[in-house]
Ligand binder design. Sequence first.
Ligand code: NDP
Length: 486
Amino acid sequence: MVATSPPVPPDWDYAPAPESADVVSIAPRYGLFIGGEFVPPADGGSFATLNPATEESLSEVAQAGEQDVDRAVAAARAAYEGAWGAAPGRDRAKYLYRIARVIQERAREFAVLESLDNGKPIRESRDVDIPLAAAHFFYYAGWADKLEHAGFGPGPRPLGVAGQVIPWNFPLLMAAWKLAPALAAGNTCVLKPAETTPLTALLLAEVIGEAGLPPGTVNVLTGDGATGQALVAHPGVDKIAFTGSTEVGKEIQRAVAGTGKKLTLELGGKGANVVFDDAPLDQAVEGIVNGIFFNQGHVCCAGSRLLVQESVADSVLDRLKRRLGTLRLGDPLDKNTDIGAINSRQQLDKITELSAAGEQEGAQRWSPACSLPGRGYWFPPTVFSGVSQAHRIAQEEIFGPVLSVLTFRTPEEAVAKANNTPYGLSAGIWTEKGSRIFWMAQRLRAGVIWANTYNRFDPASPFGGFQESGFGREGGRHGLAGYLDA
Ligand code: NDP
């Protein structure tokens, strides 16, 4: 008999599969979208928007000042008192459908542009951000002529001009979350995208122009925090919708207090992903990975705290580490990439600082072997075990690819630990017992709770938080309430 040596596992690797950046044409300079056209800012100021994967400048974008905010609010008011205000729901629906269709037709362009400006993997912008953005416009198009039947009583009326300030983690999707319900309800909008990710909002402005919405119905003001501040403070705005950090959310709440403006805030989170010993562990590991490493962890509802039952903690951690070893970090435009670039130098510094604090406070830090590109902003997937509840990495929103692992013995302990945070946005439960899912869901203080899955979004499903995670709901029928005087 001939002796055979054990088969050597093949050294499989993925060949690069880059999406072409040629599908987008980025202008060297952009103006502000006011009254249906791109116009230069009053004082001529601008700033560069970078590709975080290379640190190269993509374009120069206008910096809107107070005069521009004035112009945009006046244009939105004129549209509200004019063509858009007079348009019946069935006509508003047609416009929203048209926007959704154009986003679908130009999906590839939107996806590439989003990955270039934000640093997120093309797989995510192509399969999640852009389809969901289109889905929001489709969904709210369906409500535009049915507001009488949405459960807000007879004759619900729009509020007027909505000022909407959005963050950089899901730039186009957040714009869709804000614009679609506001327009369906009959409001007009002034949208302020984040400083580091203005490009897809500007492409959306172009699409809105193409879709033929009356001029001034949607205005897009690029700029920094000062632009957002001026928009929030403007007396001509009837409603403020904000997504971003809890700190700025509180500032906005103070600025709006006593003005009569309606306010919704979608702020930070420190979501607990709770894994019981009867959970299908391999499936749970996929959910843990998706919960915290999706979009580099730049997700307000990220499952950034893993609570795992003590009896399976070692097994879950082993499987998790093995799985993390297979994630590919690098070029966001490569279709095989799982982890893209961190959105900005500032965010990278914050993640680095909080991770160092985790080590100093005594938690054990682990990352898979992975080499980081020489240029751009990068952070490896990181797991902290031995985390205690008092650690900063268990309390503060890191907003990066960093998971804090804690253990529990009983469901009561899991609930107490999951709720031990000032936030209250999201949670996940992994168990095969339906009764335990209901028991936990009744006790967890979180606006969104997933069972045996994580980070699933649907335009028909309301999203929002408790406590320091904000108030008001976006998505679903509930998402209309923030834009109606009912
Ligand atoms: P911010 O809350 O500062 O930014 C969100 C949006 O608000 C941006 O468009 C920003 O403009 C604008 N803005 C900033 N200051 C003001 C103000 N005083 N009045 C009105 N608008 C303002 O978030 P950052 O981007 O600075 O991120 C900081 C931290 O916030 C992150 O590390 C993360 O922890 C958290 N965060 C949470 C998000 C969430 O969804 N939960 C989303 C984004 C961040 P500009 O871009 O110019 O600063």
